[in-house]
Design a protein around this ligand. Structure first.
Ligand code: DC
Length: 223
């Protein structure tokens, strides 16, 4: 079984395609963004994030108590509570980049991610999977699409769930996260040299899935 790293910008459909591939080939899917979101939720609930400032000392000291897991049904749990819905709010989206920039948070979550993928057979999506978590992954995909297309997707997703959001606010959030993801000192978002780029701005979900399955089969033949 091989290891598959799917990295790229926020809201570019990484998780949809990664989840589908994992299901089709019987691998485990790991959404690493959800893990960073769960840590952000923990920090928010403790009042450690205010106006873009994180109480790093408190958060770092609590890391051993922040039990983040993903179960086989794809749910994210935080200290035993299913937080799959709670980590998708605008409040968490607006705070998560500050938390994911903290080196201690990253090293803790990277260790958990490596343990989850230690036997191969995983499809892991995130920002630094092909560059940091699994630099030797047999298949690396870097997904991208324009900020407007990605904001529209996220807006549609949120309104479908009944959340009242403003499109421009979602677009600003996407752009701000791109900027923070690309410019942070610790593991910034960048394409691994050996990753294949997928610009899915004008692709259907079925087209993407077929493309990824083809790359998977190629990687298995080589790997
Ligand atoms: O994929 P997402 O939007 O759910 O990710 C949430 C945030 O977590 C995003 O701002 C970037 C960060 N992240 C990260 O720094 N490293 C990862 N491997 C995954 C996500």
């Amino acid at each position: 079984m091989i290891t598959i790293a799917i990295d790229g910008y926020s809201s570019c459909g990484k998780s949809t395609m990664a989840k589908q591939l994992a299901k089709s080939v019987g691998y485990t899917y790991v959404d690493t963004g959800a893990m960073y979101r769960a840590v952000a939720l923990y920090a928010l609930r403790h009042g450690w994030i205010n106006g873009g400032h994180v109480n790093k000392e408190a958060l770092t000291a609590a890391l051993d108590d922040i039990d983040v897991r993903q179960d086989k049904d794809g749910n994210t749990t935080l200290c035993g509570e299913n937080v799959s819905a709670a980590i998708r709010t605008m409040e968490v989206s607006n705070s998560v980049s500050y938390v994911s920039a903290i080196p201690e948070v990253r090293s803790r979550l990277v260790a958990l991610q490596r343990a989850m993928g230690s036997n191969g057979g995983v499809v892991m999506d995130g920002r630094d999977i092909g560059t940091v978590v699994f630099p030797n992954a047999e298949l690396k995909v870097f997904v991208t699409a324009s900020a407007e297309i990605r904001a529209q997707r996220r807006y549609d997703e949120m309104t479908a769930k009944g959340e009242k959001v403003d499109f421009n606010e979602v677009l600003e959030n996407v752009k701000r996260r791109d900027y923070l993801d690309e410019t942070r000192a610790e593991s910034p978002l960048r394409k691994a040299d050996d990753a294949i780029v997928l610009d899915n701005g004008s692709m259907t979900i079925e087209g993407q899935n077929a493309w990824l399955m083809e790359k998977f089969e190629e990687a298995c033949r080589k790997g």
